[in-house]
Write a protein that binds this ligand. Structure first.
Ligand SMILES: [Zn+2]
Length: 241
């Protein structure tokens, strides 16, 4: 005899997966980070540059850091590579001289909010304040108001992206995650980046938030490797044009 459940028992069984699928879908739409999704297609955010150009952009988040950013800038200078630094406003206030050095040495700066806040859960006013305070700190240090923004952890809601647009900023994510924050051996970080890079790739790395000595070692390995494969290393704004 076939198993037959009464309707009163079937309904919750049907609703439970639908409800969990719906909540996963909502979380995806409103709180996701780190990969391209419908919000990006609809709102013109960038996780990579022109796929027809043999260029890649190295990006460094969460600095400037008083101990590690100078060594990274030294390494980039020796390699002749312009980087793009998504700086945290509070860090820029603490180390304005490092922001000034970045600009002097040909790097690009982007806004990574003032306090590294997760924006999808913040009010509109808080998002605007985060952007404005970081802009002010970066402008005070460099005289330049950044045209790029990267939301912390890549978390962006449609409302966040509209706020970035209103602040006249291009929202920049990434298509290659180095996972340098996982304390992997530099060779592994470098191999991961080189293997995953494509024309126009934007590569996520870090110079702040924690010890990123390994990131600097990885950069010294991956830059010659990328060049050997024919890539030119450029800033994000250059990769996007
Ligand atoms: Zn960050």
């Amino acid at each position: 005899m076939p198993l037959a459940l009464p309707a009163s028992m079937l309904l919750p069984l049907l609703i439970a997966p639908l409800a969990s699928a719906a909540s996963v879908g909502l979380a995806y739409l409103f709180c996701y980070g780190g990969f391209e999704g419908p919000v990006d297609w609809a709102m013109n955010t960038a996780s990579h540059g022109d796929r027809d150009r043999r260029v890649v952009a190295l990006t460094f988040d969460d600095g400037p850091d008083g101990a590690r950013t100078p060594a990274l800038l030294d390494a980039l200078g020796e390699l002749g590579v312009p980087g793009t630094f998504f700086v945290v406003g509070k860090q820029a206030e603490a180390h304005p001289e490092l922001c000034a050095r970045m600009v002097r040495e040909g790097h690009e700066l982007g806004n990574h909010t003032h306090t590294h806040r997760y924006l999808p859960l913040a009010s509109k006013q808080s998002v605007a304040r985060e952007l404005a305070a970081a802009d002010a700190a970066i402008a005070a240090a460099t005289g330049i108001v950044p045209k790029l923004v990267r939301p912390p952890w890549g978390g962006r809601s449609p409302s966040n992206v509209r706020a970035f647009d209103r602040a006249d900023k291009k929202t920049v994510l990434w298509d290659v995650n180095s996972y340098d924050w996982k304390d992997l051996p530099p060779l592994e970080v470098a191999r991961r980046v080189v293997d995953r890079s494509r024309n126009g790739s934007i590569i996520l790395m870090h110079d702040g938030g924690r010890d990123h000595t390994g990131t600097i070692a990885a950069v010294k390995i991956l830059v010659p490797e990328l060049r050997a494969r024919g890539y030119e290393l450029v800033t994000v704004s250059d990769a996007l044009t």
